[in-house]
Design a protein around this ligand. Structure first.
Ligand SMILES: NC(=O)c1ccc[n+]([C@@H]2O[C@H](COP(=O)([O-])OP(=O)(O)OC[C@H]3O[C@@H](n4cnc5c(N)ncnc54)[C@H](OP(=O)(O)O)[C@@H]3O)[C@@H](O)[C@H]2O)c1
Length: 269
């Protein structure tokens, strides 16, 4: 038996990850997000024992509620996938501290708080694993998504340290850094509309495979699609070149696509 908690399981990468994990023999799943109808429907369709907890992960009591749920329905925890997250686009001059605050609250603080609550049971179930879903934006920042990049840079740094710290306790910590993945929250409409940029957009199933590799597969770090690793390397080795590219025309497509779509969708929710 192998019990996994997947946050953000109601759509996109989290849903694909739940389906991917459910294909493993002996899998049991705990699905976490706010939209209960989606979680219930997914749990019913997986064909393995699956429970769900509908919770806003930014609420103060969310970590304790998830821990209590795991304790009530399962007696161990083998994998925690910290995937829930969102982007609200806006320059700092326009969107200010409030945009940074709400983005950090979900993409960083909520991840750290949930991990703190579940770490004792992960250690008790070792060998076990945590996968933190960051972003290529956690290595390369673009105009208009500073709040998002700040949250993902923070997640990357914290994950790297946690990886080293938890090795001795048998808890593997893997990091996944997606590029553009077409999902409900990040539709990548503009990138998909143009032949020149369509190739840059990948699928939730590919991201789920990367999460599997970084969790049960034992990989420390995985970009998805893999060539996005070049962007991170180039940012370190040739920072001037990256700044020039990101200040030029090519940048406007990249900066207005995913996060703009995401902001639009979130306004509607
Ligand atoms: N798609 C991309 O291009 C891309 C690129 C890089 C990184 N990522 C990262 O991948 C992760 C998944 O994103 P996605 O593309 O799959 O987007 P998505 O389809 O919008 O999924 C986001 C998930 O997070 C959940 N969520 C949002 N706010 C929440 C809250 N306050 N409490 C609990 N759950 C919450 C949503 O469920 P509810 O609305 O039901 O709560 C949903 O299940 C995110 O961390 C994102 O930053 C995505």
């Amino acid at each position: 038996m192998s019990v996994s908690v997947v946050t953000g399981a109601s759509s996109g990468i989290g849903e694909a990850t739940a389906r991917c994990l459910a294909r493993e023999p002996g899998a049991e799943l705990v699905l976490v997000a706010r939209r209960e109808d989606r979680l219930a429907a997914l749990a019913d369709s997986l064909g393995v024992p699956a429970t769900w907890i509908a919770v806003d992960l930014t609420e103060p009591d969310a970590p304790e509620r998830v821990l209590a749920h795991v304790g009530e329905h399962h007696d161990r925890l083998d994998l925690l996938v910290n995937n829930a997250g969102a982007a609200w686009r806006g320059t700092f001059g326009e969107a200010g501290w409030e945009n940074v605050r709400r983005t950090m609250e979900l993409n960083f603080d909520a991840v750290v708080r949930l991990t703190e609550a579940l770490l004792p049971i992960l250690r008790a179930s070792a060998p076990s694993a945590i996968v933190n879903v960051a972003s290529t934006a956690g290595r390369v920042a673009r105009a208009g998504s500073g709040a998002y990049s700040a949250s993902k840079f923070a997640l990357v740094g914290w994950s790297d340290a946690l990886h080293l710290e938890e090795k001795a306790n048998g808890v593997h910590v893997g990091l996944v850094l997606p590029g553009f993945i077409e999902t409900e929250g990040f539709p990548a409409t503009e990138l998909k509309a143009k032949a020149a940029t369509r190739w840059t957009v990948s699928t939730p199933d590919k991201a789920a495979e990367a999460i599997f590799e970084a969790g049960p597969g034992g990989k420390a770090e995985r970009y998805v699609p893999r060539p996005y690793a070049l962007a991170a390397v180039t940012r370190i080795l040739l920072p001037g070149l990256v700044r020039r590219v990101l200040s030029g025309g090519a940048a406007s497509v990249m900066t207005t696509s995913n996060e703009a779509d995401a902001a639009e969708i979130r306004r509607e929710r």
